[in-house]
Design a protein around this ligand. Structure first.
Ligand SMILES: [Zn+2]
Length: 359
């Protein structure tokens, strides 16, 4: 199918990571990798959470200090714009060159946004592979007016220790798989917005995002088994989805109607699931609207051990229906298969029931 080629408004600038390292025991070598990017004596501020502290922080601090760098850490307890502003201030006062986000979603998002507001470099060192925010230039923080991500800073470097990722609870990595499967519908929503609304569409970025979904689908056995090869494949795919967003200059290739549903569920659910888990279920629902084989997608998710219905997500049927009705209003500028008006209650109910997300 051919798509309308629309020039981007203004110059299309692509910022990509300068270094991506995925390997075993790589945290001990962070100082060496940084020496290829930053001058001796450069300063690094590591943002991390209270739970991550023991795992990897000291290894990285030692490696940076042994490499002739200044490095210290700051613990954050929440992922809010206020915390990010405080970190940006701290980084300016202490004249740091780069802010490192070490951990899961929260530390990475705070570091990424603080780096943007403070004009610093951002380095991503994820300890879980639960979503593609670990590699993308977008952050989602509390204190924004909507629960959607905003442009922050693309990572200057991404360093992932497979040993650390493998020690995280399996649920996190399976959520990462779910986030990637979401690209199957995200890319279709983007094409739709191009055809119906004349929105800019980049086929290269779209293909790259789609490839990250097909890559993990091909190797689902390795990922389900939690083998080292499985973790590597999952991480490669997350990096490629993050890079697709860098190339597109938006989250479009990685986030469509399935993400609107996942974002809406964070509002409607008392105990929201992990982002990638909600995306997995959202993908089943939106696949049926797009006329693609939702049963096949559901089977794949089930085989890997991802949630495929409300009960497995730990949410109620009402919370799912409410999320579906408000999903199109979460981000009015993002046209998707859900259209641009709230869904009628009975439409949402029938849709969720049809794909067996609710009983
Ligand atoms: Zn996502």
């Amino acid at each position: 199918m051919a798509f309308t080629v629309k020039p981007d408004r203004g110059d299309h600038i692509i910022d990509l990571p300068r270094k991506v390292v995925v390997g075993f025991g790589v945290l001990e070598k962070v100082g060496g990798y940084m020496a290829t990017l930053y001058g001796r004596g450069s300063s690094f501020l590591i943002i991390t959470g209270p739970n991550v502290r023991g795992i990897a922080l000291n290894t990285i601090l030692d490696s940076l200090q042994d490499g002739g760098f200044n490095a210290w850490d700051s613990i954050v307890n929440d992922a809010s714009v206020y915390t990010a502003a405080r970190i940006a201030e701290e980084a300016a006062k202490d004249r740091v060159d780069a802010i490192i986000g070490l951990g899961g979603g929260k530390s990475i998002d705070v570091a990424k946004y603080a780096a943007k507001t403070g004009g610093k470099s951002f380095i991503s060192i994820p300890t879980v592979a639960s979503h593609d925010g670990i590699t993308s230039p977008y952050a989602s923080l509390k204190g924004f007016d909507k629960p959607v991500s905003r442009l922050a800073k693309p990572p200057d470097a991404i360093i992932v220790d497979v040993k650390v990722i493998a020690s995280a609870p399996r649920r996190y990595n399976i959520a990462g798989f779910g986030d990637l499967i979401g690209k199957l519908t995200a890319v279709r929503d983007w094409r739709l917005a191009n055809m119906l609304k004349g929105e800019y569409y980049g086929d290269y970025a779209a293909s790259l995002a789609l490839m990250s979904a097909t890559h993990v689908s091909t190797y689902y056995r390795e990922i389900a088994a939690g083998s080292p090869e499985g973790y590597r494949i999952l991480l490669e795919a997350l990096v490629s989805s993050g890079v697709a967003m860098c190339i597109a200059g938006s989250t479009r290739p990685a986030s469509g109607s399935e993400h609107l549903f996942a974002h809406a569920l964070t509002i409607t659910a008392k105990n929201p699931p992990l982002h990638g888990e909600a995306v997995a279920v959202g993908t089943i629902i939106m696949a049926s609207l797009h006329g693609i084989n939702w049963r096949k997608i559901r089977k794949l998710l089930k085989t890997v051990g991802a949630p495929t219905n409300a009960r497995e997500l730990g949410v109620t049927s009402d919370e799912v229906i409410k999320a579906l009705t408000i999903a199109p209003t979460i981000r009015p500028d993002r046209y998707t298969i859900l259209g641009d008006k709230p869904l009628e209650q009975d439409v949402a109910y029938n849709l969720a029931r049809k794909v067996e997300v609710i009983d």
